[in-house]
Each structure stands twice: as C-alpha cells, then as structure tokens.
Design a protein around this ligand. Structure first.
Ligand code: UDP
Length: 321
C-alpha cells in the first residue's frame, strides 16, 4: 500500500506515518514544515519507506501528482492552533479551504479514498454536551477570527461529503484536543504544550479566563487507532466520527494542577484574560466533551489511555530546558 499523508511531519501526522510504516506501507509525506518538523520523521532512514516532499497543499499540480501516485490519502495538513488562526486568519483560511479543496478534488479525480482530519472545533460554542456528530453547530460572529477555523473545517467536511454523490470514498474524523510526545514545546499555543513547557522550566503557567472551561484530552495513540479504523472500516464511509476521550473531561485549572504534580514543578498559575491573550471580543468553548459512541459502535474504537497515564508518557520524552 502506498499511502499519502499530507501534514505527515506534524505532531499527529508523524505518529500516523510511524504506524503505517510498522504495517508495511510505503508512505509519502507532503508537508510545508510550517508547524511540522523534520525531526518528527528523522528516525526514518533516507531511502526507506518514508518519502518526504517539502511542499504545500496549495500547490495544485504537486497535490494532483502525489494523489495519483498513491493508493489512499490521509489529509492532515492544516493551519492549526487558536493562536495561529487569530494571528493569521487569511493565511490559515487559504490553507484550510483552498488547500483542502485541492486535496479533495485530486482524490475525486483519481478515485482515491481520503480521510479528512477535522476538528471538535466545528461544534463551536454549543452548550450541548456530550457533542454528537449530527448536532447543530453553534458558531459566533464572523468578526471573531477564531470561528474561521471551524468554518473552514466544516467547509472541508461539506466538500468531501458533496463529492460522495459523485463517487468519492471518504471518511471524516473530528479530533478532540490530541496530546502526546512530539507536541511542539513552542506549541501552536495549545494548553497542553504550554503547560508542559512552562512547568518543566519553572515558569508561570498561563491560565486564560477563569480556568473552569473544560476539554477532553485525547492521547495520540488513541487518536491514531481511531484514524486508522475510520479509514479502514468500509461501512464508515461518508460519515464523521468524534475521536475524543469522553472520560477525560478536565478543567484547565485541574490540568495545571496535574501537570505540576507530575513534574514536581515549582511553577505557579498566572491568570490572563482572554482579551489580553487573543484580543478583544474573543470567544471560547466552555465545555467540550465528545459523545464517542458512534466510533465505538461503528469502528470498534474507544479511547484507552487515561489522562494521567498519557501525561506521564508525554513527559518521558519531553525536552528539558
Ligand atoms: N488555554 C490556557 N492557557 C494556555 C493555552 C490555552 O488556559 O496557555 C486555554 C484556552 O483558552 C482554552 C483551553 O485552554 O480554553 C484549550 O485551549 P487550546 O488552545 O489548547 O485548544 P482549544 O480546545 O481551545 O482549541
């Protein structure tokens, strides 16, 4: 099997590449190294089963060629992270809409199956939890840049599903706050990367808002299990699946406490307002909890790694200093 992974040098992408190689695939990685890193794939020897192409999904001819030369496609490349989205909404939108359109159109043209990596962010600020795949999405105003990410990801989902009527084989996964080894410590501003970096350096841990907002942190190995099952379960085609650890709902304040306890850090908590961090008018999701029952019933997937265990494993390879 020759598998194309867009965004394959990123945190999630590189773990997916490892697993595909273990199973005997030849893997082609297309990554522009914007948040991806060469180091994430450095353990794969040059000339081995992982072929690295440094390039962007905005490059339509390259995308077309690579898709045509592969048997299937995992589309993970995206501009990610709330920080990046609010700082560069235009660049992010272009990658997440036009880039994805290139990938999806190429898959449709070449008749290749494509998995779309979407996000729990598509649910927006709904207060209905746990979130089910068919739920309404509640997004704020277009004046709030944060929501452009959810809008772009939802457009990707719509595009892929619209192509199904014309023969495309596709499946969508919605990731819920994935964490684990290889998260970039500089982060794209994700709370987990920030806290681990701050705690291991003894710096104040930045909690935005009152810290009582919750997330369900999902360990990378569980994420990769769900991703592969979604791609390889034929009956799952043309559907979206929550890939999130329903059992791990945690307030940001409790996460900070847990990280301090596990690292033995001397860090204190520093509250910052959302406005100070992300600018005026910022809106956040108060509780984000997946209903993972569809993935359990139709893919045979459940998250297995508890938050404390996942944090321990992440810390084992966390860079010091
Ligand atoms: N957050 C925080 N401190 C940080 C980074 C994030 O308190 O250093 C908060 C953020 O405001 C949000 C939650 O942690 O409520 C999760 O943020 P993240 O950017 O990791 O992911 P999101 O789930 O919002 O996409």
């Amino acid at each position: 099997m020759r598998t194309l992974v867009t965004g394959g040098a990123g945190f999630i992408g590189s773990h997916l590449v490892d697993r595909l190689v273990e199973r005997g695939d030849t893997v082609v990685v297309l990554d522009d190294l914007s948040t991806g890193r060469r180091a994430n794939l450095a353990h794969h020897a040059e000339g081995g089963p992982v072929q690295r192409i440094e390039g962007t999904i905005l490059d339509e001819p390259t995308v077309g060629e690579l898709v045509a030369g592969s048997d299937r496609v995992f589309h993970l490349a995206a501009a990610v992270g709330v920080d990046k989205i609010v700082r560069d909404p235009l660049g992010s939108l272009q990658v997440n809409t036009r880039g994805s359109e290139n990938v999806i159109a190429a898959c449709a043209l070449s008749g290749r199956k494509v998995l779309i990596a979407s996000s729990s962010e598509v649910y927006g600020k709904t207060s209905r939890v746990p979130m089910q795949e068919d739920d309404d999405r509640i997004l704020g105003s277009t004046m709030v840049h944060r929501w452009s990410y959810a809008t772009a990801k939802a457009l990707d989902e719509h595009l892929a599903l619209a192509h199904v009527m014309h023969g495309l084989r596709t499946v969508i996964v919605r990731y819920f706050n994935i964490y684990g080894p290889r998260m970039d410590p500089r982060g794209y501003g994700s709370v987990m990367a920030n806290f681990l970096r701050q705690a291991t350096r003894g710096e104040p841990m930045t909690v935005y808002g009152d810290g009582l907002q919750t997330r369900c942190f999902t360990y990378i190995d569980d994420c990769i299990d769900g991703t592969l099952l979604a791609m390889e379960t034929e009956a799952a085609e043309a559907q979206a699946f929550n890939i999130g650890n329903q059992q791990s709902e945690t307030t940001i304040t409790d996460l900070a406490r847990m990280v301090v306890a596990l690292t033995g850090s001397t860090s204190t908590v520093a509250h910052e307002t959302y406005e100070a961090r992300y600018g005026p008018g910022f809106e956040d999701t108060r509780r984000r909890v997946p209903d993972a029952s569809r993935a359990t019933e139709r893919l045979g997937w459940t998250a297995k790694v508890r938050l404390e265990e996942g944090l321990r494993r992440t810390l084992e390879s966390w860079p010091t200093g």
